[in-house]
Design a protein around this ligand. Structure first.
Ligand code: CO
Length: 352
């Protein structure tokens, strides 16, 4: 296939997938390198700052800093656009400053009842002059979250040869606000001179905020799809700080019902429907259930939230991280609610 037809075929596959959403994830749910299994929520700018350091050999012992900045805007509930900017990149000799522009779709989302999260990324790496694609899937099993990825680099490292990447990783929540994480990736046709990439991390939710922190060791420099395909040959110590900026927070007097279509939800055998609270949002903001359904809210953020009826008829009080709160909806009607400390967090339950 020609380069153009390859890109076109991938773009068609990319666009043909159905839609739902995956919320932006903190480092508590993402290993340090395979961190692409999310899209930002609509109206949220995700701002992730990664710095990695290494020391050159003796006698110079120069401290090198390889920063990667990721900015993504949630455009739709299931799509984000953004860029990654990496400086001091070792990818292509002539391009120490590396840009990757990307779009992401989340056709499957665990928080909306899918068996796993699936996220597709398509983008262009300016330094490598390459269209790069990745499919990342993730599944939560108790405290464990498993992540797998497959990527295709149309012109790997500006070589004009198309190469594949596979990777796997996991996070394990020791406590609601602390996780251990690791991942490993390899080029599918890795040569003897090319290293695997790996990372090992402590991941922390920053208390009373939607931010998260990763402290890690890895052999990856810039965290682009190309950057995490091949080990740098240097062990680096680094951190990542994730900052979701909720633009609605700055809109004045906009107390309104949750936006978006109503999702009709069937309860489980115990007549319970679960709504995750994550990244300063109710993951299923508008749902319709049958009378007699119990709704269960689970706080997956590292900060407290509330589930408070707009008419005052029910109130969870402060829900600490990992807390669960249930309320039974027996009478048909439309019930709107919000979070007291974050009034822009809104939800609606339609009871039939
Ligand atoms: Co809140």
């Amino acid at each position: 296939m020609t380069r153009e037809s390859r890109v076109f075929a991938l773009a068609v596959a990319f666009a043909g997938l159905s839609t739902s959403a995956a919320t932006a994830q903190s480092t508590l749910d993402a290993p340090a390198n395979l961190a692409g299994a999310w899209v930002a929520r609509p109206g949220v700018v995700q701002f992730n700052l990664i710095h990695r350091f290494d020391v050159s050999p003796a006698p110079v012992r120069k401290l090198n800093n390889t920063p990667t900045l990721l900015v993504a805007l949630g455009a739709l509930p299931w799509a984000s656009v953004g860029f990654v900017y990496g400086s001091n990149s070792g990818l292509v000799a002539a391009f120490p400053n590396e840009w990757e522009f990307f779009g992401r779709l989340a056709p499957l989302r665990e928080a909306a009842g899918a068996p796993l999260d699936a996220t597709l990324q398509g983008g262009y790496n300016v330094a490598a002059r390459s269209a790069d694609f990745a499919l990342t899937v993730a599944r939560r099993i108790g405290r464990l979250r498993l992540v797998g990825t497959g990527a295709l680099l149309e012109s790997a490292f500006d070589s004009a040869s198309t190469r594949g990447v596979v990777g796997a990783g996991a996070t394990f929540r020791v406590t609601p606000g602390l996780a251990l994480a690791a991942d490993v990736t390899s080029l599918t046709d890795r040569r003897a001179s090319e290293d695997l990439t790996w990372s090992a991390a402590f991941q922390l939710g920053v208390p009373y905020s939607p931010h998260s922190l990763s402290l890690h060791v890895t052999n990856v420099g810039t965290r682009t799809l190309q950057g995490l395909a091949r080990g740098s040959g240097v062990t680096r110590v680094g951190f990542e700080y994730t900052i979701p900026i909720t633009l609605r927070r700055y809109a004045q007097g906009r107390a309104r019902a949750a936006a978006g279509p109503v999702e009709r939800v069937a309860p489980d055998s115990g007549r319970v429907v679960r709504i995750d609270i994550a990244q300063l949002a109710f993951a299923r903001p508008r749902i319709e259930v049958s009378a007699g359904t119990t709704v269960e809210w689970v706080n997956r953020d590292p900060l407290p939230h509330t589930v408070t009826a707009d008419d005052g008829s029910y109130d969870s009080g402060s829900l600490q991280p990992a807390a669960v709160w249930r309320h039974a909806f027996d009478e048909p009607g439309t019930y709107t609610y919000h979070c007291t400390p974050h009034p822009f967090m809104r939800g609606t339950i339609v009871v039939r």
